[in-house]
Design a protein around this ligand. Structure first.
Ligand SMILES: NC(=O)c1ccc[n+]([C@@H]2O[C@H](COP(=O)([O-])OP(=O)(O)OC[C@H]3O[C@@H](n4cnc5c(N)ncnc54)[C@H](OP(=O)(O)O)[C@@H]3O)[C@@H](O)[C@H]2O)c1
Length: 243
């Protein structure tokens, strides 16, 4: 098995569950370099790939759209084309996001809902999903929303931005469960209750001093659009208890 982006927040948890995996670093598998990706896949021929590499910063994707497109869309295309050529039986697992949906209201989105992203990050993830679903590879597209179980990295957290959040280790376990069950297509891995980011932050270790804030406050100094509600549910898989 190959895990791309294994050094990231979710990757670290997946590597704990799949310790025998190939886990190339950024420099060993620079995703936007088509020749390098093809060479790596040709020499390793994985039978399963969990693709996590992405430009994940929402403001970063807005300020450098070209880079975001190259990594998130063209990088994914490089992966699926190399696999189709050198390892066509490979199962391809893509990590996606509730940011493919608009978050204008708090109606929960299941797998049948139509994507309509609010920002460029969400757009690249929506196109990335289309690249994978039209690849001809056996594929699984997982959407989830998570943070690592560690000190919350910000001084303030939103009381009015909500999701069915999980911690990264919960999502890693969910991915393994869904893979073990042999599911294909789109699957949402979700928490069993809606939490604001503030409630989520308070559940993190050493984070009792995190203060509440609102999106209105955020937009006083930031112009890019965040997906407000990221509440997802699943028609295909049971929700997990966060923790
Ligand atoms: N965090 C969330 O809340 C969330 C929610 C839903 C979905 N997702 C999706 O889940 C996946 C993993 O997210 P994460 O939060 O774990 O990501 P992350 O912590 O930002 O890690 C990203 C990984 O991608 C690698 N990478 C970045 N650019 C690369 C490039 N050009 N070539 C090769 N490697 C590159 C990074 O390596 P270096 O650091 O060495 O560059 C790192 O290993 C992403 O697809 C993301 O869109 C995340």
């Amino acid at each position: 098995m190959l895990i791309t982006g294994a050094s990231g927040k979710l990757g670290k948890e997946l590597v704990r569950l799949f310790p025998e995996s190939l886990t190339p670093s950024h420099s060993e598998l620079p995703i936007e370099d088509k020749a390098a990706v093809s060479k790596y896949i040709a020499s390793h021929k994985p039978d399963t790939t969990i693709h996590l590499v992405a430009m994940t910063s929402v403001p970063g994707c807005e300020t450098d759209k070209e880079k975001a497109w190259k990594i998130n869309v063209e990088g994914t295309r490089n992966m699926v084309e190399a696999l189709r050529l050198h390892s066509p039986g490979c199962r391809f697992v893509l990590m996606s996001t509730p940011c493919v949906f608009d978050g204008d209201d708090e109606s929960p989105k299941d797998e049948s809902c139509v994507p309509s992203p609010d920002n460029f990050y969400g757009l690249t993830k929506t196109v990335q999903e289309a690249v994978v679903s039209s690849s001809g590879l056996k594929h699984l597209i997982v959407r989830a929303n998570f943070i690592p179980y560690e000190k919350y990295p910000h001084a303030r957290a939103f009381i009015d931005r909500k999701s069915t959040y999980l911690f990264a280790h919960n999502v890693a376990r969910g991915i393994r469960d869904v893979m073990d069950a042999g599911l294909t297509g789109i699957v949402h891995i979700t928490g069993d209750r809606v939490l604001s980011m503030y409630e989520l932050a308070k559940m993190c270790p050493d984070s009792a001093d995190v203060e509440p804030t609102t999106m209105e406050e955020y937009y006083k100094t930031n112009s890019h659009r965040l997906t407000k509600s990221m509440i997802i549910t699943s028609d295909r898989w049971n929700a997990y208890r966060i923790g």
